[in-house]
Design a protein around this ligand. Structure first.
Ligand code: DHB
Ligand code: FE
Length: 281
């Protein structure tokens, strides 16, 4: 049977992708950030997932005002890096797992999560920057990736509770897939940041660290925080953090924290990163 073994959370700031692509990771501004990802680079070589279920948000790249799916599941064979205005990032095409994705669609929809099924989609920095942070710059991504796009860009976003519950249903879906697969769930986006308006540049270290604490040890109560608290405390784009609750819901109630990292600044954003492993139970 397929099983979910671990979760990774990370911010997905586009400037991080540009720093990697332009060879700037050793520069004084960026070095402390990339040092925070050295652990996960080693860890991923040891844990060797077959498939990553990668929860991210599209930033008006694949979707626009005409189509706004709350939850969009990528069921295609492959997903190309998107052109976000500067040409596509020089990263490999993402290879999907259509059979597992179709099985997840069946299971989640029958469990009352009304997904949108996507058979063609380019993937933006929300998905490719986390892959680059963890895998570096390979010729091919070393595992298959199922993209799962959550609408946190256009109001209204799904609640933290909905995301957490979806994570639990995702676990059930994966564990009923008959192939022997090592599956990781990644949650991306956040931490505190606001890119526009009078509060542009907002960073809230206290809120971010409380979120990191509670995601590990107090997730059921954290899931009940209303979206307005994210917007007030973490900024309009800080609401991306609800996506981390999908990852958390898919793991055991008790998890081992293999890595925790927090860094400010990266562009206009606070960067957070967790590596969590299931402990059983
Ligand atoms: C920026 C964009 C993002 O999508 C994000 O999550 C963080 C930062 C930016 O444009 O700086
Ligand atoms: Fe984002």
């Amino acid at each position: 049977m397929a099983r979910i073994t671990a979760g990774v959370a990370t911010s997905h700031v586009p400037a991080i992708g540009a720093a990697i692509d332009l060879g700037k990771t050793e520069e004084a501004y960026w070095k402390p950030l990339f040092e925070g990802y050295e652990y996960v680079k080693e860890w991923i070589r040891e844990t060797r997932p077959d498939v990553i279920f990668l929860v991210y948000n599209d930033h008006a790249t694949a979707f626009d005002m005409n189509f706004i799916p709350t939850f969009a599941l990528g069921c295609a064979e492959a997903f190309k890096p998107a052109d976000e205005g500067w040409g596509p990032r020089p990263v490999p095409t993402v290879k999907g797992h259509p059979e597992l994705a179709a099985h997840i669609a069946q299971s989640l929809i029958q469990d009352d999560f009304d997904l949108t099924i996507i058979n063609e989609m380019d993937v933006d920095h929300g998905l490719t920057v986390p892959l680059s942070l963890v895998f570096g710059q390979p010729e091919e991504w070393p595992c298959l990736v199922i993209p799962f796009a959550v609408n946190v860009v256009l109001y209204p976003p799904p609640s933290g509770q909905r995301c957490y519950d979806l994570g639990k249903a995702l676990r059930k879906a994966v564990e009923s897939f008959p192939a022997d697969l090592n599956v990781q769930v990644w949650g991306t986006g956040g931490m505190s940041h606001q890119l526009q308006g009078p509060r542009a540049g907002l960073i809230n270290k206290e809120f971010d660290n409380e979120f990191l604490d509670r995601l590990v040890d107090d997730a059921p109560a954290l899931a009940r925080e209303p979206h307005i608290r994210y917007v007030r405390e973490a900024g309009s784009e800080g609401v991306e953090l609800v996506m981390w609750l999908i990852m958390r819901g898919a793991l055991d109630d008790k998890v081992a924290v293999k890595k925790r990292f927090y860094h400010v600044p990266a562009s206009n954003t606070a960067v957070g990163h967790l590596v969590l492993e299931n402990k059983g139970g």
